[in-house]
Write a protein that binds this ligand. Structure first.
Ligand SMILES: Cc1cc2nc3c(=O)[nH]c(=O)nc-3n(C[C@H](O)[C@H](O)[C@H](O)COP(=O)(O)OP(=O)(O)OC[C@H]3O[C@@H](n4cnc5c(N)ncnc54)[C@H](O)[C@@H]3O)c2cc1C
Length: 222
């Protein structure tokens, strides 16, 4: 579920950064408290701020889900250095799945908007197209940015009612090589729940990628 907010005057952030969001006087709370960190899924050039989250049955998210349009929240931001490197001769490879895609929506849309020359590959793994957040926007950005390649892969197409012409199965060395070529050149960015980030790092290490070239954003709390 995505949540959209008016951008406070003068507020600036870099694509890939996150904010801590606090509910003000919520009707219920629990041991985890009233604050969660969320990556900005909106790009800096967009007029509003947006985050997207996997809905679960926690006090924070029950409140979020039923909040009336116009409700204020408190935001402490921006934080983080999960931002695109400056050297445009080095390709960027984004590996993610599920809700981990949020910071990449921001980075990919901003790169297209700014006509950045970086070669960018986004490998996004989901069970089925119905579950894939921002799928149309992430695919559509290819039209605006010839340096950007979107590779969606679905791991449970047998449970889908949609057509899918893209990749299937988990991201592995063969899939990476097919699109990226020489795997030693890029800087890799991994984002998502900790177990997913750990798994993707293992895949990269087994493919011979040095940890020096891997940057991560772990979504703690899953
Ligand atoms: C830098 C950063 C960026 C982030 N960006 C995003 C983002 O863009 N989108 C996003 O969705 N999240 C993001 N997160 C994670 C987010 O901050 C929350 O931790 C997450 O959404 C979980 O919140 P919750 O209210 O569902 O669970 P909490 O109430 O925080 O649950 C805490 C713990 O309770 C347990 N738990 C609670 N409910 C369940 C359940 N239904 N099933 C299993 N275990 C459960 C888990 O063990 C969990 O560790 C980010 C985190 C960080 C640090």
């Amino acid at each position: 579920m995505a949540f959209h907010f008016e951008k406070p005057g003068g507020f600036e952030f870099k694509a890939g950064q996150f904010g801590d969001f606090t509910l003000i006087n919520p009707s219920e709370t629990d041991a985890e408290g009233n604050t969660r960190g969320f990556s900005f899924a909106s790009a800096p050039y967009e007029d509003t701020l947006m985050f997207a989250t996997r809905m679960r049955d926690t006090a924070f998210k029950r409140t979020l889900k039923t909040m009336e349009v116009g409700t204020e929240v408190s935001m402490d931001a921006p934080y983080g250095s999960f931002t695109l490197h400056n050297n445009s001769r080095i390709p960027a490879v984004f590996l993610t799945g599920g809700i981990g895609v949020t910071p990449f929506r921001s980075i990919v849309l901003q790169a297209a908007h700014d006509n950045l020359p970086h070669k960018i590959f986004l490998l996004d793994s989901n069970r089925k197209p119905e579950d894939a957040a921002f799928l149309n926007a992430l695919m559509g950005a290819e039209v605006k940015n010839p340096s950007y390649t979107f590779v969606g892969t679905m791991t449970e197409m047998e449970k889908s009612g949609k057509k899918w012409n893209g990749e299937t199965g988990y991201i592995n060395e063969a899939m990476l090589e097919k699109y990226v070529g020489d795997l030693t050149l890029p800087i890799y960015y991994l984002a998502g729940p900790a177990s997913m980030v750990t798994g993707m790092r293992k895949t990269l290490n087994e493919a011979g990628v040095d940890d020096d070239n891997i940057r991560t954003e772990e979504f703690s709390g899953y």
